[in-house]
Structure formats: C-alpha cells, structure tokens
Design a protein around this ligand. Structure first.
Ligand SMILES: [Zn+2]
Length: 478
C-alpha cells in the first residue's frame, strides 16, 4: 500500500500553508513503495519566503522538525538574507530542507536552495548541534558565491575557509552565542589560524567585526558574491593585512588563556603534590636574603613577580626550605639582562651564592656573562648543538616567556629550558666536586654542601619578570 500524507501545519507559528510535495503529484514511485511522503510547508516574512521540510526518510523526526526546527528556519532565513545583502541580489525564496539517509558522515549540506540533513546525525544531535547546523546551511543558500563564476570565468574564487567561516560566524556568534561553541580554548589554541575554516574562522571574523569593522562580514559577502574577493580587501576595511590581523587575533587568545591559568594549579597538579611559590597577588612566602622583608625593587605586576629596580632588589628567598624537588618557573628578561635561580641556599654564607648552586638566567643574545641561560653556573653546560657548533640554546629572545624546569634529587639533577633537556649531574659526586674545585666556588667551603635550603631568585643585574613559580617536593629514596 502506498500512503501519502501531507502534514498541515497550522497555528500562529506558521503561515498555515501546506504545500503538497512534488512527489505527491508524481506517479507513484516504485523504489520505496512503503514510504510515506511527509512534508510540511510554511512561509515567512509576509509570504516572501516559503519553506518545505521533507521528513519522508525519517518520519520519527517529523515532530521535532515541526516544533523545533521550523521556528528557527522561519526566523533565521529572513535574518540571514538581511545580514548578507548586496545590490540587485535576490536570495532564493523557495527553500527545501530534506532529511536523507544517504549522506554518509556529512551532517548536512546545501546545494542551490536545497538543504540536506543526515537523519542519523540529526537523531543523535537533536538537543545539541542540529538546529545550528541548519542555520549554517541556510547561510550557504543565501551566499550563492558560485554564481559569479558561473556567469563570468574571470570572477575571483572566494576561499573555502571564508565561505565556511561566514556560515559559522553567523551560526555561533549571532544565532547561538550562548552555546559558546566557537571559543578558542587551551585545547584548540594550537589550531587557531584565521584561515582554519568553520568555527575557528568564525571566531576570527567575530573578533575583526568587534575590533575593526562591524560591517566587514557583509562587505566581504558582497565582494564574494560579485566575484571580487581579494585578500587586499582586509587591508582596505581594517587598515591591516590579513596575516597581521590573524596574528593579532591569535596573540589576544594566547594572552587571555595564559592569564586565566596564570599562577594556578589544576586538580591533577595539586594531586601530584605541586605547590605554588608565588600567588600572583603579593610577595607572601618571600623575603630578601637574611631579612624578614622584601626590598621595593621587587614588585607584583599583572600577576608577575618583577625585579623592576635591580639596584634596589637583592636576592629574593623562599621562606620555606626545600631539599629534593621538581621546580618550574617562567621568566621574561629584558635585553642583556642577567639573573639566576639558586637552590639549597642557607643563612650561613655571606651571600646566597656562597652556599647555593645557581642556575644562570640571561639574555643569551646580548648579555656579557659567558655563562649562558640554563647552565649550572661555572660547573655544567649543555653539549654543543651540531647545527650551530655552539652549546645547545633553547631560549627564546629577550621579551618572550621562557620556561625553566629543574629536577633536584640525590640520585641526579636535571636542567630543562623550554622543554629541552640540557644535562644532568649528581650533587656531591666525584665529577661534581672536581668541577667545583676547579671553579671560583672551590674557595667557598660552604658551597653546595647543604642538602636543603631556600630557593632564591637573583635580583641584582637586570630587569626580569617571573610567573608560574611552583615546586613539587620529592621524597628522597630510603
Ligand atoms: Zn558549510
């Protein structure tokens, strides 16, 4: 038996228009004789636009399409048409949305004035992304950028990332901003490129809109539809080339994300035993060497611990003593700057460096001290890098943040700069003691003798900022 049903939508939400589906007027199909033809039609904006939703291939989605999808289509198609106008252009007025079972892994697609929805994918995403995906496809129906090239072989092709980026900008930032589905997070930051397409480009377009030109999407759309898209347009509209805009946008996300996790520990890190040595707000837990106060050269600025006035700073010690530990910090040094991290510092020496070994910090490019960043001062340096013939150097230039990681245990000590291991050594070993004896520290009887002490930041020759200073005490093996 062949059954044809035309579902009549009535009530205020629809224009009470029920159109018989094309199929219903055609000779009875033989391929799917048992299938009911289920369509519903409605109009929007004083009947300017008419829509048909065909759920014949997915009768179970009929009710959802009627109550959840149709109102979105009715409201948003005319809105998208208004958002993307251009002179003399008439967006399609008869739109068909059809559920299909032959789309493979594609959730939805658009072609001309038809939108195809993957029934299986929609069933799984009714509460999530289903409606938004139709908004995205409606943008494509309105865009019609292909027309320019069909009409003129010389028309410029609009890059795919922009076509999809505009669709996702409208979807994620205008239709459903509350879902925050196109945010740049720590997880996708590495993929944050302005031309990465879809929601990432959508995020970029939203940023350019808010930062430079709130009409830029409409202007780019006009150019694309007329076959006149060119990268120079970005500079015309914003004063900056596209790549520069992309870099500025990405840097903004990097700064924001770094600030959100600055000087904090997540649950996993807390469980692993990490402790913050700097809280980002004040100098709690720190004091100058052999005092109970902190000199004014040390300041807290924007969540960083800054040696702002090296002439009035001095060495800054933790109040707590540590024996064996893993330690991390990030530093940002000024050109030609020089500083250091000492450990196992005690109050017995004349200066902090008289007892504690120092991990050198400096601007390798311009500082005068031949001891380079990450080296154990006067004692250990990394092997030569075959590419340069000089000792391995993993530092970033002055003005950028660098990360230092130290592992200090009785079995071995390790130094890392920006994730690159420099060397390892054993405190008090024959090799270590021989190197000390050959160095200027050979004349200091207390040097590297204590197996516990303060961690110290050197503050006397150059401006430097620190952040994310943290330590994970390690129990010595029995
Ligand atoms: Zn698309």
């Amino acid at each position: 038996m062949k059954l044809y049903i035309v579902l009549v939508i009535s009530g205020l939400a629809f224009a009470s228009q029920a159109l018989r589906a094309e199929e219903a007027a055609e000779p009875k199909p033989t391929a799917t004789p048992e299938r009911e033809v289920i369509t519903k039609s409605f109009r929007a904006e004083d009947s300017k636009f008419s829509f048909t939703i065909d759920s014949s291939a997915a009768p179970d989605l009929t009710e959802w399409a009627e109550t959840e999808l149709a109102p979105v289509v009715r409201e948003w198609y005319p809105r998208i048409v208004k958002l993307l106008p251009s002179e003399g252009y008439q967006a399609p007025t008869n739109i068909t949305i059809r559920f299909r079972t032959d789309l493979g892994r594609t959730p939805a697609s658009a072609s001309g004035s038809r939108i195809n929805c993957n029934a299986d994918w929609f069933r799984r995403n009714l509460k999530g992304e289903a409606r938004g995906s139709v908004v995205h496809e409606m943008v494509h129906v309105v865009q019609q950028y292909g027309r320019a090239r069909r009409n003129s072989p010389n028309a410029a092709r609009t890059p795919g990332w922009l076509v999809e980026g505009i669709a996702d900008y409208i979807r994620w930032f205008l239709y459903e901003p509350e879902s925050k589905g196109a945010e740049i997070t720590a997880r996708n930051l590495a993929r944050a490129k302005h031309d990465a397409s879809y929601r990432i480009t959508g995020n970029f377009l939203n940023w350019v809109t808010q930062t430079y030109d709130n009409t830029i999407v409409a202007r780019l759309n006009t150019a694309a539809r007329e076959g006149k898209y060119a990268e120079d347009l970005w500079k015309d509209y914003t004063g900056k080339p596209l790549t520069e805009l992309g870099e500025e946008w990405k840097r903004g996300h990097e700064t924001r994300l770094a600030a959100a996790t600055l000087n904090s520990l997540n649950e996993d890190e807390k469980k692993a035993g990490w402790k913050l040595l700097f809280n980002g707000k004040n100098l709690d837990g720190w004091r100058n060497f052999k005092t109970n106060t902190v000199r004014p050269g040390w300041q807290v600025k924007d969540g960083t611990l800054v040696c702002a006035d090296p002439k009035n700073a001095g060495d800054l010690c933790t109040e707590e003593k540590f024996d064996w530990f893993e330690f991390e910090l990030e530093y940002n040094i000024t050109p030609a700057g020089n500083s250091g991290i000492m450990f196992h510092v005690t109050d017995e020496g004349r200066a902090a460096w008289a007892t504690g070994p120092e991990v050198q910090l400096e601007d390798n490019a311009a500082a005068k001290d031949p001891q380079r960043c990450g080296w154990l001062y006067g004692l250990y340096q990394p092997p030569d890098d075959p590419k340069t013939g000089k000792p391995l150097d993993a530092t970033k230039p002055a003005g950028e943040w660098n990360k230092v990681r130290l592992v200090i245990t009785p079995e071995k000590c390790e130094h890392y700069v920006n994730g690159v291991k420099y060397f390892e050594y054993v405190l008090g070993s024959e090799d270590f003691n021989a190197r000390v004896a050959r160095s200027k520290f050979g004349r200091m009887p207390l040097f590297a003798k204590s197996t516990s002490g303060y961690v110290v930041l050197q503050g006397d020759h150059g401006q430097i900022s620190f952040r994310n200073i943290r330590i994970r005490p390690i129990q010595a093996k029995a």
